[in-house]
Design a protein around this ligand. Structure first.
Ligand code: SF4
Ligand code: SF4
Length: 379
């Protein structure tokens, strides 16, 4: 975040005053969609700013509302007077943390990232359990692959599909042996000092390896490294690419040659990549996959990120169900390109006894280019 605390406070207080009460943010907010009575609107979240700044007591609803946000950005996108709603929520969370008033789970997850390098304090020795003998990984390379926490610990087939496709295209990336959580949760929670320290350590490590490009499977990792680290630390001496951008380019150049998959999918878009939704669609179209749009093409978050899932699991699960219920009458399965969406929605389905069929676009592409048997044998 740029500017001093006082400057940010003044800027945000001024911006909140621009609100024209149009309620457009109400309609797009997934939290407001699944809760009754319009008590958790984005507008309401920013209206608490003055009280938070003054350190005043908040009602339970006002307090919960600040943490009832995935910071998906849907409200920012529709606000006609360009109020930076998600930045203000982040700032409120920063102040509440500084005042010792943030939820205990938010503090615990932040500490896990700092101490154990993953939000869930997973065993670091298992981070590379996705690596199988057939994957061709270099000891040292200018191209590094970052699987990220959710792929490493719960969506390992995404990493395998990605490396197999890169190998097929003649690329041997190296792993980041000291890979860390990207720290998105710290940023979403307004923990800027912790996030800056974390960014410095990770960037210095990557640069010490001579890496010139990091390929990330997770949209969150991609966004944090490419957009947040330069603000938190400094300009990076390496590029960051989301894997799907690389694959689209390879398909366009004829390096990867997808075969037809007889499928109809509904695309579960990832909020951090909502401005490049054409990329996964172009890849799916190159495989002959029929695409159906969820929510008439409008962005609706999965409901998991930014502390929504740990702090408000029931509401987070209800939001996940919006996607699950919406795909079933139009497609064979969901196609995702965010491992956290898959992780959250799978957990929500389990808790609600719901069935869901979902595959990552990278896995579908590996099946299309390399053949389904190949994936099944080696996964
Ligand atoms: S960022 Fe998303 S979840 Fe948060 S207030 Fe805005 S629309 Fe609602
Ligand atoms: S969309 Fe913007 S102007 Fe309209 S109610 Fe929400 S915050 Fe206020």
């Amino acid at each position: 975040m740029n500017g001093t605390n006082g400057e940010m406070m003044q800027k945000f207080e001024l911006e909140v005053s621009y609100c024209i009460d149009c309620k457009k943010c109400w309609d797009v907010c997934p939290v407001n969609k699944v809760t009754e009575g319009n008590i958790y609107t984005p507008q309401g979240k920013i209206e608490s700013l003055a009280k938070v700044v003054a350190g005043e007591e908040l009602t339970q609803e006002e307090y919960d509302n600040i943490y009832l946000s995935s910071r998906c950005g849907a409200c920012d996108d529709v606000c006609p007077v360009n109020i930076p709603i998600t930045d203000i929520i982040q700032y409120e969370r920063q102040l509440l943390a500084e005042q010792g008033r943030e939820p205990a789970k938010t503090t615990a997850i932040s500490n896990n990232i700092i101490k154990h390098n993953s939000p869930g304090a997973k065993d670091p020795s298992k981070r590379f359990d996705w690596v199988t003998d057939d994957l061709d990984l270099a000891e040292s390379s200018e191209i590094a692959y970052m699987a990220g926490c959710w792929v490493s610990y719960s969506q390992q087939e995404v990493a395998r599909a990605t490396i197999r496709l890169l190998n097929h295209a003649g690329i041997r990336p190296m792993m980041l042996k000291e890979e860390k959580c990207c720290g998105l949760f710290l940023i979403d929670s307004g923990h800027f000092e912790q996030a800056a320290e974390h960014a410095k350590k990770f960037v210095d490590y990557i640069e010490s390896l001579g890496v010139k490009k990091v390929i990330a499977s997770c949209p969150g990792c991609y966004l944090v490294l490419s957009h947040d680290y330069p603000k938190l630390y400094r300009e990076l001496n390496f590029e960051v690419e989301h894997s799907l951008n690389i694959f689209k380019d390879m398909i366009d150049k004829g390096i990867l040659k997808p075969q037809k998959l007889d499928l109809t999918v509904a695309v579960r878009d990832a909020c951090p990549l909502r401005e490049t939704k054409d990329v996964p669609r172009s890849i799916l179209t190159s495989m002959g996959v029929e695409i159906k749009e969820l929510f008439d093409g409008k962005q609706v978050c999965c409901g998991g990120p930014a502390g929504l899932k740990p702090n408000f699991p029931d509401i987070a699960n209800d939001i996940a169900m919006l996607t699950v219920q919406s795909y079933k009458d139009k497609a064979d399965m969901l196609a995702s390109y965010c491992p956290f969406c898959v992780h959250h929605m799978s957990g929500a389905c389990e808790s609600k006894n719901e069935e869901m069929k979902i595959k990552d676009v990278s896995v579908l592409l590996a099946e299309s280019v390399l053949g389904e048997d190949f994936i099944r044998k080696k996964a």
